[in-house]
Design a protein. Structure first.
Ligand code: N01
Length: 542
């Protein structure tokens, strides 16, 4: 319960009325607005930020970029947009991604329905009227039959509760709340806490600018070369000619990308052949090393170990100091059991004289002091501390809003032991509330588009048939939760042995369960389609 913003009683007089309210103007929210307007609905989007873009608005730290191939990570839903927009890089950077989403907002006149700087603090379902009443931080109230939480999966930042965080006298930033103005690191003593995908993008750039950079690492990661480059005009033209085929392929591959797994097992070829395959994969850009690899590195630990060891040796070759190299070599998990970060000169940063790696696995951070960081073994002074410490993922962005469903039940309490929903899209007891953030992993854009389109069709069905509400049955929800667990237990990526945001293990005290749906995208789409084709029979329509 958010005491700072107590829920106002329903039936207040100054309440705005819409058909649908969307929380969030990121990749999902913008497309959802476009689709619901197409359906003829009056829509209001409330966005916390001062601009559109979601992830690509907030994460403006140096080095932030797509970790996925640009031509497969952009919107696929407007041929006109695809033809108009020229991408600059194969792994597009944050500034361009933010410009792109602003261009989308302008091109489709979306801004008139978006209210920026408007953080939603609560949403209460009014059973008698089958509608939601939403309260914004400024006290504004709005009601709508449908509520869509397009809040993203990685938007609730996580800062560990180190004692003394507030006492630090220098500048400090969380990577997902980075200032718009350039941060000047020149001559400064900088700390970076965390070595996840975000830190791995940021560290090489800050290392070049800072007087000195100290990196605090708890867990080493398998970072693979991004091999980003500019898009040649011929490639751009080819994309434009073949976008329908590129995006069709993304919709058909297991993980939503234009990569194909090698159908062989890593264990059925000779060691010589296996190494030759790995060397070739290593020269390719992006996720090819992961998603173009032998298929069983996803499911078979022995097969995966052959590639994990290959990557460990690549790290050892790049880092000059053998002790530092060994610290950077992951030994407690397998390659791809977390989404592998893509890097540019990450390991070389640790060869610089002005960069120091501090192992906080064996000597944890005890506190943040007025002047820096205190570990079990030493104290360090800094001018700047960067928290690259990740997110309370998937459930965090929703549970920080006080959402109340039927009979006043709290969404936060319902999800206390992990996400409970049907199809990743609706929760029993919360009619007309749709979770509009990617609930399958890997290519978030492909998944987000699929969910937006399903939600739109579902709302269209409800309205055409004069129903007032739709909500999954408890039975359907339980079946889905069990199914999600079973599918998740079959892949190394979601293994609960590895503590990461996919399984809630990165947040102390958070229930460790699979947060997302680990099935292939075609299977997921089939489940969506079947549900709609069967007149939403797993749902209660009133
Ligand atoms: O967050 P993370 P991230 N003491 O949770 C450390 C997406 N993404 O922002 O591993 C000390 O991966 C933590 O240590 P450990 C992508 O999907 C996409 O980097 O828990 N350290 C870890 O090193 C990615 O998966 C792009 O031991 C602490 C780090 O903080 C997701 O975002 C780019 C700590 C957090 O790593 C999240 O990545 C970047 C503590 N108490 C990110 N608590 C694209 O390119 C945490 N840490 C699209």
């Amino acid at each position: 319960m958010n005491n700072k913003h107590p829920i106002k009683p329903l039936n207040a007089t100054d309440v705005e009325e819409y058909d649908a309210i969307i929380i969030g103007a990121g990749v999902s929210g913008l497309y959802q607005l476009y689709k619901l307007r197409e359906l003829g609905l009056s829509v209001r989007v409330f966005e916390d930020a001062q601009g559109v873009g979601g992830t690509w608005y907030w994460n403006r730290y140096p080095g932030c970029r797509f970790d996925s191939e640009t031509e497969t990570y952009c919107y696929s839903w407007s041929e006109e947009l695809l033809q108009e927009w020229d991408w600059k890089e194969h792994y597009s950077g944050q500034p361009e991604n933010e410009r792109y989403l602003n261009y989308v907002a302008d091109k489709f006149n979306l801004r008139e329905d978006i209210q920026l700087d408007s953080r939603v603090t609560s949403a209460v379902y009014d059973e008698s009227a089958s509608c939601w009443e939403v309260q914004v931080e400024n006290g504004q109230l709005a009601r709508a039959q449908f509520l869509i939480g397009a809040v993203g999966v990685l938007s609730a930042k996580y800062v560990p509760a180190f004692p003394g965080v507030e006492s630090f006298g220098g500048e400090s930033f969380h990577t997902s709340n980075w200032p718009k103005e350039e941060v000047d690191f020149s001559g400064k003593r900088v700390a970076c806490i965390g070595t996840g995908a975000t830190a791995i993008q940021l560290i090489p750039i800050v290392a070049e600018q800072a007087g000195h950079l100290t990196v605090f690492q708890r867990t080493a990661n398998y970072a693979a070369p991004c091999r980003n480059s500019e898009v040649d005009p011929e490639v751009q033209a080819h994309w434009k000619e073949t976008y329908p085929a590129i995006h069709k392929k993304c919709r058909q591959t297991p993980l939503g990308f234009a990569h194909d797994f090698d159908p062989r097992s890593a264990l059925e070829v000779s060691e010589e052949e296996r190494l030759a395959v790995y060397e070739k994969l290593w020269t390719r850009p992006g996720f090819a090393k992961w998603l173009g690899n032998f298929h069983d590195i996803f499911t078979n630990a022995e097969a995966n170990e052959t590639f994990s060891e290959f990557v460990r040796n690549k790290i050892r070759q790049r880092v000059h100091d053998p002790e530092v190299a060994e610290l950077l070599v992951p030994k407690d998990h397998l390659f791809g059991s977390k989404r592998p970060p893509l890097e540019t000169h990450y390991y070389e940063a640790f060869n610089r004289d002005n960069v120091k790696l501090v192992d906080i696995r064996n000597s944890p951070i005890q506190s943040i002091t007025a002047t820096g960081v205190k570990t079990q073994e030493a104290e360090y002074d800094f001018d700047v501390i960067i928290y690259a410490t990740g997110f309370d993922a998937v459930s965090g962005p929703l549970t920080r809003i006080d959402i109340r469903g039927e009979k006043g039940q709290s969404f936060k309490e319902k999800w206390a032991d992990g996400p409970r929903n049907y199809l990743g899209i609706q929760a029993a007891g919360f009619p007309n509330f749709f979770i509009g953030a990617s609930s399958a992993f890997i290519n978030y854009t492909v998944c987000a588009e699929m969910m937006v389109e399903w939600i739109t069709d579902c709302i269209g069905y409800v309205r055409r048939n004069n129903f007032s509400s739709i909500v999954p049955s408890l039975k359907a929800e339980q079946k889905w939760v069990d199914h999600k667990e079973e599918i998740g237990s079959q892949t190394l990526l979601f293994s609960t042995n590895t503590k990461n945001w996919f399984n809630g293990g990165n947040i102390p005290g958070k229930a460790q369960v699979i947060q997302m749906y680990a099935n292939t995208l075609p299977e997921y789409r089939k489940e969506f389609n079947e549900s709609a084709a069967n007149d939403y029979k797993e749902f209660v329509l009133r």
